[in-house]
Ligand binder design. Structure first.
Ligand code: ZN
Length: 86
């Protein structure tokens, strides 16, 4: 049996920045979240990355969300509405 959820630390490290910036698709992000749940090394990296991002955010004035993100959130909301309507 092949466990498709098994990704290795190298996979996580390569995609860590994308993950922390929420630029991964749901499936990939879920894989990484699962890995972080059982891997201290990677979850430590994720914590550091998150802390860095928060520090950067605090040092900048809040910027409006980019249109691409708004579009993504909008389609996600439409998706949820469709799902709850059916
Ligand atoms: Zn790991």
């Amino acid at each position: 049996m092949v466990d498709a959820d098994q990704i290795v630390c190298a996979d996580v490290m390569t995609r860590m920045d994308l993950f922390l910036d929420h630029e991964l698709d749901d499936v990939a992000a879920q894989e990484i979240r699962r890995h972080l749940g059982r891997c201290q090394t990677c979850s430590g990296e994720a914590e550091v990355g998150t802390a860095i991002r928060q520090a950067i955010k605090r040092s900048h004035h809040p910027e409006p969300a980019p249109p691409a993100l708004l579009e993504r959130v909008g389609s996600w909301l439409r998706d949820q509405q469709l799902r709850s309507a059916s």
